[in-house]
Design a binder for this molecule. Structure first.
Ligand code: CA
Ligand code: CA
Length: 465
């Protein structure tokens, strides 16, 4: 036994030496692609490019068939070489088969991400739909493009455009496959929320669920003598969205429907919870006694540096009344005053320790936050509903702005001078602190727009004992 094992080892060793001697035999791009994919799959923790790049030199690059040229483009695509990938994919855009379809999707992805041609990509979505019908082999269809362009509009606050993009995609899909685009109302739920259209988002999801269930029931009526393979267009593998590499059986395909339907059930439930009406909050007019408090300036901010929603912060001041333990903040704006849906927040480092806390989500990412005061109501008739309270790192992460304390902030508005005031008991957020660091933020409709306190800078309030 020992002898045979030794013999085997010697044999293996000599084989490895022979293999080493033939340095890097050249392979077809599709073969290199499989090696890269497996390497990524087997090293999920490593940076992808570090794993895939060494394989690039193995690929044969000349005299290739169309499909091998496509795989060569994929190699470039996955190694962040957009120009070379784009050049090859572009050769096949006139084709109307799966290869043409995949090349269109890749070209649009490159043009959006690497070339920043968002408008061109948006126009091309319709062109793609005219050229290619949805089909089960192509799970993505225009998902990636609607997602990219939609995100751009969502960030710019143009939520109607987002809804139009999603609707156009959903209109054309046919329930023949659990296309990824059916989840677009989930990904863009905040846009539906902004427009008061949460019911519509849920309805779209319910329609998709019903359509897929019907299709699945029908599929299950078919009894198959054998279980044929069904080539699928794409499959996500540890960060690499590969194309035309997966084969699913008929029953495995049914499982894909079941997975999608169960996912949708979860989302529908969660969206319903998120729709629960926010509490009523009150807004008072700023009295003269508040305006005349002995304000101390904490921070001034530049004009014209607001995000797309255009609420432009100018300054943040404070006054602390020790007798009543009340801390007042005064927010002045250059632009974007919104009496119907004001939004302000104070991000606090309550232990004067910037080593802990969560990274601020606004522009001042270097500032670390322990607690945040937030006030963001929206007018509904004669009343206001929205956020009034305190959140911690977990709340900030989950966008739940009132997970620590609710309804404890007082808000005053000066419509004439376009100034916001906020009052809070120090005891509510930092009873024992003698010093807190902070930055202020302004926005509207519960959407952040501008920080007062930028690039790692912050103000400090010392509380005299
Ligand atoms: Ca500003
Ligand atoms: Ca801290």
């Amino acid at each position: 036994m020992r002898n045979s094992r030794t013999l085997l080892s010697a044999l293996l060793l000599s084989i490895s030496i022979i293999l080493l001697a033939q340095t890097d035999p050249k392979l077809r791009p599709s073969e290199v692609y499989v090696l890269m994919r497996d390497a990524v799959d087997n090293n999920p923790r490593e940076e992808r490019i570090a794993i895939t790049k060494p394989y690039m030199s193995r690929a044969i690059k000349t005299d290739l068939s169309d499909i091998e040229q496509f795989y060569l483009a994929e190699l470039h695509f996955w190694n962040f070489m957009p120009d070379k990938a784009h050049e090859i994919y572009s050769k096949f855009l006139t084709r109307d088969d799966s290869l043409g379809r995949a090349c269109w999707q890749r070209v649009l992805q490159i043009e959006f991400v690497a070339y920043e041609k968002a408008e061109k990509v948006e126009r091309a979505i319709e062109e793609f739909r005219n050229k290619f019908s949805p089909q089960p082999r192509d799970e993505l269809y225009m998902f990636g493009q609607v997602y990219n362009v939609g995100n751009k509009y969502a960030q710019a606050g143009d939520h109607q455009k987002v809804l139009d993009l999603v609707n156009n995609e959903l209109d054309i899909l046919d329930y023949e496959w659990p296309y990824k685009s059916y989840l677009l109302p989930v990904y863009f739920f905040s846009s539906y929320k902004e427009l008061g259209e949460t019911d519509l988002a849920i309805k779209l999801l319910k329609d998709a669920r019903a359509g897929l269930q019907k299709k699945l029931d029908k599929r299950k009526e078919t009894v198959l003598d054998n279980d044929p393979d069904f080539a699928r267009h794409s499959e996500r593998v540890e960060g690499m969205n590969t194309i035309m590499t997966t084969r699913l059986s008929y029953n495995q395909s049914n499982e894909k429907f079941e997975d999608a339907i169960s996912k949708m059930n979860n989302y529908i439930q969660r969206m319903g919870q998120a729709m629960k009406k926010l509490p009523e909050v009150s807004i008072a007019s700023a009295t003269r006694s508040i305006q005349k408090l002995p304000w101390t300036l904490l921070s001034k901010d530049q004009e014209g540096d607001a995000s797309s929603s255009n609420v432009d912060g100018k300054s943040l001041s404070y006054h602390y009344n020790q007798e009543t333990d009340t801390l007042y903040f005064k927010f002045e704006l250059f632009d974007g005053f919104n009496a119907d849906a004001p939004a302000i927040s104070v991000a606090l480092d309550i232990d004067s320790n910037q080593e802990n806390g969560i990274k601020w989500y606004g522009s001042n990412k270097a500032f670390k936050v322990d607690l945040m005061l937030s006030f963001g109501p929206k007018r509904d008739g004669e009343k206001y509903f929205g956020y009034n309270g305190i959140t911690d790192a977990i709340g900030i992460k989950n966008r739940n702005w009132i997970n620590i304390k609710q309804g404890n902030l007082r808000f005053y508005i000066d419509n004439k001078n376009e100034v916001y005031y906020l009052a809070v008991k120090k005891n509510d957020f930092a009873p024992y602190s003698t010093s807190v660091n902070l930055i202020g933020s302004v926005g509207s409709n519960s959407i952040w727009s501008d920080d007062i306190g930028k690039e790692g800078t912050y103000s400090t309030i010392e509380f005299v004992k």
